[in-house]
Design a protein around this ligand. Sequence first.
Ligand code: CMC
Length: 430
Amino acid sequence: MTDNKGTLIVDNKSFEFDIRKGSVGPDVVDISSLYGDTGMFTYDPGFTSTASCESKITYIDGDAGILNYRGYPIEQLAEHGDFLETCYLLLYGDLPTPAQKADFDYRVTRHTMVHEQMTRFFTGFRRDAHPMAVIVGCVGALSAFYHDSTDITDPMAREIASIRMIAKVPTLAAMAYKYSIGQPFVYPRNDLDYAANFLHMCFAVPCEEFKPNPVLARALDRIFILHADHEQNASTSTVRLAGSSGANPFACIAAGIACLWGPAHGGANEAALQMLQEIGTPDRIPEYVAKAKDKNDPFRLMGFGHRVYKNYDPRAKIMQKTCHEVLSEMGIKDDPLLDVAIELERFALKDEYFIEKKLYPNIDFYSGITLKAMGFPTSMFTALFALARTVGWIAQWKEMIEDPSQRIGRPRQLYTGHAKRDYVSIAQRR
Ligand code: CMC
């Protein structure tokens, strides 16, 4: 929607650009003709002021602490819905009717097994490999299994690839965990719901019956909902950029998983728990907060701060509640890590540095304590984030492929290297 024009003065000359209105949120100046008109690029490292695409999927108001999927507040979805319903919503734009939901659940459930040949990939990894390393490799490897059927110009092929990914990434994540602890892989069980099946694949062993705890399954399902999408974050932008060349969708999702792994992004849940363990007791909090504020010390409070949220991350609020529910279900009355987390949050939120920079706990602050209480090792935390974010990546990838204005992503640069210089033979170099 183009509503009005804006004037930019560049080098004392005026240029007109369309101002495009979003349904909610900031307007954007459409500068796609800027280079043609002015011969200049814009410079925005880290894309802090750049909208890279038009999207109808997720809306964030970072100042107000709002996160909506397709218009629905995250709080309502987490409270009343389930993860596969959120998947349907993200992929197709509306909440499903009962018949659509039943059909979608059926389709995802029938794709949960992976090709038996995939087990060979796992045995090629060292047992101590990080699960994220294994998952990046194995999800990328899915492209070798479905390359014939993945014609991305065919809507049906895109649909099947999407369902396959939502269904198979949990199976691969659970296999990565089982491999790391030397236990046999556990096949998916289609009579269980998505989260319960994941608990089963992670914690069942063939020699005894395993009944997933419904309270933990519900909590895990809610954690998946909270992580399902987050508009144009680093990993989603990676998926879009990889996909913009027409690459195989499984390979694009593998690229997203690789990006998510970093500690500034999804890897922060693992780093946050390690930090809480390192702090150990509430009396050491002032020392760590001082380190976080020290410009000469690279240490940051992990699970704190966000590029977009300059208010409490709405996901962190729900995560904190879920954390208490899980600890109570597991009979953990006093968790020293939770004590440190609560005190650290209280301490930081009244500290001038954190107030001034608007640094609040993000989703990763309480997720580690929750997942640990459920029995997941620290190394699996980011893998669970990847599992849940898969649907967001796919929904964004599909939206991009189906956008008629889509072109290959190709940012430009401010070049500050040498101007042209002539080659000097090695014998003449000093
Ligand atoms: N501890 C201490 N200082 C911080 C922190 C922190 N966690 N986060 C930001 N700051 C300071 C930073 O030093 C900078 O100060 P100054 O303006 O004096 O140079 C200022 O706040 C702005 O930080 P920035 O790095 O320019 O902000 P950014 O938007 O580029 O980075 C962030 C956002 C999330 C990478 C950063 O806040 C961070 O590293 N947090 C810790 C890692 C973390 O928890 N990541 C999970 C993000 S939520 C899950 C997800 O979506 O992936």
